[in-house]
Design a protein around this ligand. Structure first.
Ligand SMILES: [Ca+2]
Ligand SMILES: [Ca+2]
Ligand SMILES: [Ca+2]
Ligand SMILES: [Ca+2]
Length: 360
């Protein structure tokens, strides 16, 4: 037996060498049985470690395809950037400022759930957080040669600083009370950018359910169903932009190409901030939620107070562009005399106890 050991050693190491890339092919000539056993153990351990290593997820193997995919995504190349909005906007909407009633955990009017009008810049249930950057005070619009400019003036920047909600407007091109386009910009930055800017379209005219503007849950349709423009991802990457006004940190400015709305010059529009639900497929919210589900920001409506499923949202009544508002249009703002005068200082009528015409 002992005389055959060198031959066996040579054969074993030859086999192992063939199965272990990188292993030396030369076996020590004077290795005894104990040394041979130790060598076998070391080789077995090495093989096990190699097998375990191969069985581990290969970080580089998984990261490389992701990196390749990212590299393969075509970069968005912008050709046209908005200029400066006008110093005077052709169209104005006023909205209630709830900063003064926030300590009472209440909206300062401007809420009519049954007519799709909300004043809810608060968190749900406790209503102990008031978001001044979600509280619209004014909204303005102006049509330029290429761009339509919007400016949304909020009560203030968020307590933690900045404008951290989603800001935009809804457009009803055929004045039937059903919104046709919705633009919302998330957390706009200091300079014009398409990052966070999205445009939705309602392609089957079911925003508003059976009765436009008026609350008639349950919602049967799919609301805004087409994400038409997603942060520059569109054949035209320059359709819609947003920024914080360089002149005021609590003003949001949005610019979109007039061609987005087929250069329409007679339409209705209203402004939105939407953080809590932020789901265009649920528009109109007063069709998706019942009043009881949505809650109310008005303590006087004890049946519904406080805010529940519909929260951290504000919108305005709708103003006309290209024609004189009569006040009878669905979702219309009340008609003032003169209509573009300084915002009224009188107290508004009590919501939901007076005709809609006086609410805004
Ligand atoms: Ca408001
Ligand atoms: Ca419409
Ligand atoms: Ca409706
Ligand atoms: Ca739809």
């Amino acid at each position: 037996m002992k005389t055959k050991l060198p031959a066996l050693l040579a054969l074993l190491f030859l086999i192992l060498a063939c199965s272990m890339p990188g292993m030396t092919t030369s076996a020590p000539p004077d290795m005894n049985a104990t040394q041979l056993h130790e060598a076998e153990i070391r080789i077995a351990v090495a093989e096990t470690q190699t097998a375990l290593a191969l069985a581990q997820p290969q970080p580089n193997a998984t990261l490389v395809p992701a990196a390749d995919a990212a590299t393969a995504t075509p970069a968005i190349v912008h050709l046209t950037t908005p200029g400066e909005p006008p110093s005077f906007y052709e169209n104005w909407i006023t909205d209630r400022d709830s900063s003064s009633t926030a300590p009472q955990r209440a909206a300062n009017g401007g809420e009519n759930f049954d007519k799709n009008l909300y004043e809810r810049p608060f968190n749900a249930i406790t209503m102990d957080i008031y978001y001044p950057d979600l509280d619209i005070k004014y909204a303005r619009l102006d049509r330029g040669a290429t761009w339509v400019y919007l400016e949304i003036e909020t009560s203030n920047v968020r307590q933690s600083g900045g404008m951290l909600g989603n800001y935009g407007a809804e457009f009803d091109l055929d004045v039937d009370g059903r919104g046709d386009w919705l633009i919302l910009a998330s957390q706009p930055q200091a300079t014009w950018s398409t990052v966070g800017v999205r445009v939705w379209q309602d392609t089957n005219n079911d925003v508003g359910n059976d009765f436009s503007v008026s609350s008639d849950p349950p919602q049967k349709g799919n609301g805004y169903d087409l994400l038409f423009f997603d942060q520059g991802n569109n054949p035209d990457p320059d359709i819609a932009w947003a920024r914080v006004s360089p002149h005021n940190p609590n003003f949001i400015q949005i610019a979109f190409k007039h061609s987005l709305i087929a250069n329409d010059n007679t339409f209705m529009w209203g402004a939105w901030t939407d953080q809590g639900v932020f789901n265009p497929a649920f528009y109109d919210y007063n069709d998706h939620f019942t009043h009881a589900e949505a809650g109310s920001p008005l303590p006087g409506l004890s049946k519904y107070y406080p805010l529940k499923a519909l929260f951290e949202v504000d919108n305005t009544c709708r103003m006309s562009v290209g024609f004189t508002l009569t006040g009878d249009e669905a979702g219309s703002c009340p008609v003032y005399v003169p209509p573009t005068a300084v915002p009224p200082t009188h107290e508004p009528p009590t919501p939901e106890t007076t005709p809609t015409i006086g609410l805004y």
